[in-house]
Design a binder for this molecule. Structure first.
Ligand code: BTN
Length: 248
């Protein structure tokens, strides 16, 4: 059971985007921390870098969680991505095997994407004033028609439908567990567990940056969320989001 996340839940039928709804209506002090906005459908679901998020009406989990992590310095905001990704991957792991976090914060099962995260923060001074953590998790959608390269859902993997409400409650309690650790300053365990669950960690793989295709090994993630890749010659390069591509 969770005592922060989902205590207050706003259930919408259709909205443009649960992140937009939360950001527009988020009224300091009125919306308790942990308020969740859920919708059965989105008309303009947003993904990372202006992508659209595809989700068939009524089939999947589409939600945004409001946090007020004022204790978190701006430079450490990637920790929010980590705890949300960990909460989602813990929950999915109750249903299927081979769940991992594909840097920076996609959730994959084997080499297919099952969930995405879009976190939007407002900053005050050196701290985070509010954070809207949106996630779309593919539960019961059987066919994907958009241009996402490798979508998958739980129903495709399990061959049976998943109860959205039940999944949401497990998710809230798992994300809350990690959020409480963050509040308690237990960042070491968050960092270590994120790395342990990272897709392709310590494995030779092919990547490409704006210069060329190369072989390397993910060896970690820096404080601001940059990916650290070591090449055969021992040189370590740092990449921010969209500066490097995984060649699968
Ligand atoms: C991505 O992988 O590109 C991130 C996708 C995030 C989608 C979710 S669905 C709920 C919330 N509302 C949005 O408009 N986007 C996020």
């Amino acid at each position: 059971m969770s005592d922060i996340i989902g205590k207050n839940t706003i259930k919408l039928d259709l909205t443009d985007s649960t992140n937009n709804y939360a950001i527009k209506n988020l009224d300091m002090g009125k919306w308790a921390e942990g308020t969740v906005v859920m919708a059965r459908g989105q008309t303009a679901g947003r993904g990372q870098t202006n992508n659209r998020w595809e989700s068939e009406y009524g089939k999947n989990l589409l939600l945004s969680i409001v946090f007020y992590p004022r204790f978190l310095p701006v430079q450490q905001q990637f920790l929010l991505s980590k705890i949300v990704a960990l909460g989602i991957s813990d929950t999915l792991s109750l249903y299927v095997e081979n769940v991992s976090i594909k840097w920076p914060n996609d959730i994959w099962v084997s080499n297919l994407k099952i969930a995405g995260i879009l976190i939007e923060n407002t900053i005050m001074g050196n701290g985070i004033r509010s954070s809207v953590a949106g996630t779309g998790i593919n539960l019961n959608q059987k066919k994907f028609t958009g241009n996402a390269p490798n979508p998958v859902s739980l129903i495709q993997l399990l061959k049976k439908p998943v109860d959205c409400e039940e999944f949401a409650l497990l998710l809230f309690s798992n994300i809350e567990k990690w959020y409480k650790m963050l509040m308690n300053g237990e960042t070491k365990i968050i960092d270590l567990t994120y790395l342990k669950n990272l897709y392709l960690i310590d494995e030779e793989a092919f990547f490409s940056d704006n210069k060329r295709k190369f072989k390397g090994k993910i060896i970690g993630v820096g404080n601001t969320g940059q990916l650290l890749i070591e090449r055969k010659n021992g040189i370590i390069s740092q990449y921010h989001f969209k500066e490097v591509e995984f060649l699968l």
